[in-house]
Design a protein around this ligand. Structure first.
Ligand code: SAH
Length: 428
């Protein structure tokens, strides 16, 4: 589902309402919302009002979403900065240009955010799409140094959800709350055989119309082929870092960078919609490494999944400092300049470090979607990839999530097909 910015009716003329959208006035149809008066607040899509909403709730949504749009006068900034922004409008950026943007400070950093925000507003308007994630098992066979689910973390109580529970939670999220895209995530847990995973996906698809993304690790071609046939649409599968040395240090056993990219390759071939990216602020990661991660994300991702490192207790990296919030926001902004139509979610790790304000700042830096946690509360504390995971105030979002029904499914389907098709033509 999506949430959109409400508008106030300024005038009524010839059976239409006049509202202000960004800097301009716009006339919209009001046939679906009878008895509108000047001063009322509405939710609208394109040229049509959909629903009247109380003033205080409109204010609450505005608080959450609206970006006090500050166009920075870039003519006062360096020629280099201006050239890069100009280049980004029609061409891919080079590593050197990305490094420059990652190093921006003060006014140039603000200008980077405002340019990225402008791209989001121009290409995807003010829709904030909301997806759900169900973390169905915290067992993991791997030992990634940063992750609290690593198998050597014996202090963590482990859980597995039953097939029935997973299917019911998904069904409720779709039929009651209106979710249209759900991520099923777990550690790399072979208790769930290919047969079981196939059964879960088939059962969810039989019960409700929803896009299922899986985030279950390196399960090999055969597994992903079966799950695609069973009805999975996408994967959430990060390459974590594109730097081989760094990857090796962080994954002394289990995960392997070549295998990770091999997975991304065949996932693409199988027609999966790919959400991928890296972790920002890993130990010994340089700005150049981050720039390479950005270029690698651009190469593989239909949807971005990138966020700061959060140190987790009972892991070898417990005492390190967390990833830099500004660097994470700059990464989002640069990716928005490079991937104009892509879904860029605000990830929970950023919200954990920076709270509600982090979410808002990420939306202002070009992000356009959110991932809500649908894991049952009794399991949540144990899906501890990192501590103190942020849990949001979901009510206002769920209440006014628009396009809850068929429309939103079709819209998503069209957009995802377009992205995948675009790529086929580009690579053929
Ligand atoms: N088993 C799946 C899902 C892994 S958990 C897979 O292998 O793809 C999802 C993501 O959480 C990981 O890919 C990693 O990027 C991120 N993550 C894990 N520990 C983290 C930490 N301490 N800080 C920030 N992100 C972390």
């Amino acid at each position: 589902m999506c949430l959109t910015i409400p508008a106030q009716v300024i005038k009524l003329e010839k059976g239409k309402a006049v509202i202000q959208e960004n800097d301009r006035f716009k006339q919209i149809q009001i046939s679906l919302v009878p008895n509108l008066k000047v001063g009322d607040w509405i939710l609208y899509i394109n040229d049509s009002a959909l629903e009247k909403i109380p003033r205080n709730e409109a204010k609450e949504i505005l608080e959450l979403l609206e970006v006090p749009y500050q166009k920075i006068d870039i003519s006062r900034l360096s020629g280099k900065f201006r050239d890069i922004i100009q280049t980004s409008k029609s061409k891919d950026l080079t590593k050197e240009e990305v490094v420059y943007l990652l190093k921006t400070k003060e006014l140039e950093q603000k200008a980077l955010f405002s340019e990225a925000n402008l791209v989001r507003k121009t290409y995807i308007k003010d829709f904030i799409c909301i997806h759900g994630i169900i973390e169905f098992s915290n067992f993991c066979k791997n030992d990634c140094l940063y992750c609290g689910l690593r198998k050597e973390n014996l202090t963590l109580p482990r859980y597995r959800m039953s097939i029935e529970d997973i299917v019911n939670i998904a069904d409720k999220a779709v039929t009651e709350a209106g979710y249209k895209l759900l991520v099923l995530q777990s550690g790399e847990d072979y208790f769930y055989t290919d047969d079981i995973l196939e059964e879960i996906i088939k059962k969810i698809k039989e019960k409700c119309r929803v896009f299922i993304f899986i985030s279950i690790g390196e399960r090999g071609y055969k597994c992903y082929e079966r799950l695609k046939k069973a009805g999975a649409s996408g994967v959430l599968f990060r390459f974590e870092t594109s730097n081989l040395e760094l990857f090796k240090k962080l994954h002394p056993q289990g995960k392997n960078l070549a295998n990770r990219f091999e997975h991304l390759r065949f996932m693409k071939e199988l027609g999966y919609f790919i959400a991928t990216g890296s972790i920002i602020g890993l130990p010994n990661q340089t700005i150049e490494n981050l720039a390479e991660d950005i270029l690698t994300t651009k190469k593989w991702a239909h949807m971005v999944s990138t966020g700061p490192f959060v140190p987790c207790d009972n892991t070898p990296l417990a005492n390190l400092v967390h990833g830099n919030i500004e660097m994470s926001l700059k990464t989002i902004a640069i990716l928005r300049l490079m991937m104009k139509n892509a879904r860029i979610p605000v990830v929970t790790a950023l919200e954990t470090l920076a709270g509600e304000n982090g979410r808002k700042r990420a939306l202002q830096a070009g992000a356009n979607s959110l991932m809500f946690n649908l894991t049952p509360e009794n399991y949540r504390p144990f899906y501890k990839i990192y501590p103190d995971k942020f849990f949001q105030k979901e009510t206002i979002w769920q209440k006014y999530g628009l396009f809850k029904y068929e429309e939103s499914y079709k819209m998503l389907e069209e957009r995802m097909t377009k992205e995948i098709e675009k790529e086929k033509y580009a690579t053929n």
